[in-house]
Structures are given as C-alpha cells and as structure tokens.
Design a protein around this ligand. Structure first.
Ligand SMILES: [Zn+2]
Length: 185
C-alpha cells in the first residue's frame, strides 16, 4: 500500500455495507406495545429459547437447550412503525397474540398498512398478550421500503445469511456481518 497514492482518497460516505440498518427488537412491556402501523406483509417467526434474556432460535433437532429441557416458545416478528413517532422496529409477538392477526391476513392477504395494538392481561410483564388489528387510513407508501423479516431474524439469531429471498430490497439493504447491534438486542 502506497501512502502517497492513498493520501488524497476521499469519500463522502462509507461503503453501503459499513452503514448497516439496525432494527431494535420491540418486545411487549407490561402494557403491551405502543400502537403501530405494520410495514411487513406478514409475520415470520419460529420456536425459540430465551437464554440470558436473549432469544435463540431452536434448530428443531440436536438442540442443546431442548436437551436441557429449556422452555421452547413460538415468537413471531414483523417490521412496524410507531404510530406516533414513526420509529421503525422489529416487533415481537407471542402465539397468544396471533389469532386476530391471522384472521386479518386471511381477509386482506397482507398485514401491511394495518394498525396493531396490543395489551397484556393482566397488565404485567408475564401477562398474556392480546392483539387488536384494524385497517388504518395511513398511506404506507410514505414509509420507506423495509428489509425482509427473515433477513433481520438471521441477524438477530446470528444465522448464516442467504443470498436473497426478498429480491431487490434485500440486495439494497445489505446487513453487514460485523454489525453486532441487533445481535446484542
Ligand atoms: Zn431447542
């Protein structure tokens, strides 16, 4: 490497892969989630174990956590925008919250644009999560395109990335392997 040649090499932006998009995992508190607008088309999830406060995907076979009889629970995820602040996040759902969402999906063939509200009954951290999903008048086209939930979950669960299952959007929003933000969420 010649210092002379590199000395005048300026860039106005880092490379795309050095500007990762991070989505915080939006877990329901004792009062549920803040009302939000769904930007993903559908929920994607899997069975997970909670190890030291973090979700770890259960591989279904040869799982050390299953061998230890660690509880295995379903969690579903989708990209949402907070209805007030418009902040984007990866919202986490439990199996208990899924029935109304599934009914809405069957009717509308997409969740994108729906208003999602959740609450816990009783209003405690371990209360059962209930969801209410309704059509909203919000124009979702005013929100940015979002990456596939699967690509975000691969980051969250530190699974190997797959070339693409979401076409153009996923190629544009490439998540860098060095990005640890979401892996420590
Ligand atoms: Zn397991």
């Amino acid at each position: 490497m010649s210092p002379k040649r590199d000395a005048e090499k300026w860039t106005r932006r880092p490379a795309d892969h050095d500007m990762p998009l991070t989505y915080l995992v939006n877990r329901a508190g004792p009062k549920g989630h803040s009302p939000c607008i769904i930007l993903s088309g559908d929920v994607v999830g899997g069975y997970v174990h909670f190890i030291r406060g973090r979700s770890v995907k259960c591989p279904d076979n040869e799982c050390a956590h299953c061998d230890n009889n660690t509880e295995r629970r379903w969690r579903g995820y989708l990209v949402v925008a907070d209805a007030r602040s418009r902040e984007l996040s990866l919202l986490e759902l439990t199996a208990a919250a899924m029935r109304p969402i599934d009914t809405y999906f069957r009717k509308h063939r997409t969740l994108r644009g729906a208003l999602l509200e959740t609450k816990r009954v009783p209003e405690k951290a371990n209360g059962r999560l209930y969801s209410l999903i309704t059509e909203s008048a919000i124009n979702v086209d005013s929100f940015p395109a979002v990456p596939s939930v699967k690509s975000l979950l691969r980051k969250l669960w530190c699974l190997p990335s797959v070339a693409s299952d979401n076409g153009e959007v996923e190629r544009k929003i490439r998540l860098h392997d060095d990005d640890q933000d979401i892996c420590s969420a």
